[in-house]
Design a binder for this molecule. Structure first.
Ligand code: MTE
Ligand code: MO
Length: 198
């Protein structure tokens, strides 16, 4: 039975799979609540808080440089998937479109459907983070966050907001949906930052 859901570790798995994680077969879907359906022509992305307020369209993102990414994905419920292939826009390119207030230190990710998750500006602005619209060469399926999601490979995947539609820049850390429900405010998988206060 277990074999149906987990695959044997690859030779380098012990160096790539964080403690307490198992390799998943396939790419599981993990969503709290309904899956929003948004067409790219209606899709909007809003920036507010400690940044000049701005609304971006789908084509604003498509006009930024497009890159392929390969990233490992770690869900706090203990499954990991290595070498996920995505296409999208680097956070470091996106941020060039935004006028940040120098007081901004943290942000809240907002999504269609109401999910939220917090992240520090330092964790957000890493070179390897990206907004993804393509998964394994196909348009990102709605259940995996299409038309657009964030991917933050160095943190547990609950920090990678699906159906992302906004960023609220803050001068302090606030808690998002899972963080208010007992999960760690940062969620670094190699340190097993799973739960708050543990
Ligand atoms: N909007 C939104 N984003 C979300 C979630 C969610 O429920 N809603 N789940 C998070 C969790 S817990 C994980 S593990 C990943 C799962 O992504 P996947 O369904 O593409 O595997 O998305 C994260 N982003
Ligand atoms: Mo997760």
């Amino acid at each position: 039975m277990l074999g149906k859901f987990f695959q044997k570790p690859t030779p380098d798995a012990d160096t790539r799979v964080p403690p307490g994680q198992y390799l998943a077969k396939g790419f599981p879907v993990l969503t709290y609540g309904e899956t929003p359906q948004i067409s790219t022509d209606k899709w909007k992305f809003r920036v507010w808080g400690l940044a000049t307020e701005k609304t971006l369209s789908w084509s604003d993102f498509m006009n930024l440089p497009q890159y392929d990414f390969t990233a490992d994905f770690h869900c706090v419920t203990r499954w990991s998937k290595l070498d996920v292939k995505w296409t999208g826009v680097k956070v470091t390119d996106f941020i060039e479109l935004i006028q940040l207030d120098p007081k901004a230190t943290h942000l809240m990710q907002h999504c269609y459907g109401g999910y939220t998750t917090n992240i520090s500006l330092e964790d957000f602005l890493r070179e390897e983070n990206f907004f993804a619209h393509t998964l394994f060469g196909e348009p990102l399926p709605a259940e995996h966050g299409g038309p657009m999601r964030l991917v933050v490979p160095h943190l547990y995947a609950w920090k990678s907001a699906k159906w992302i539609n906004g960023l609220e820049f803050l001068d302090h850390d606030e808690l998002g949906f899972w963080e208010r429900n007992g999960y760690h405010r940062r969620g670094e998988p190699w340190a097993e930052e799973r739960y708050a206060g543990l």
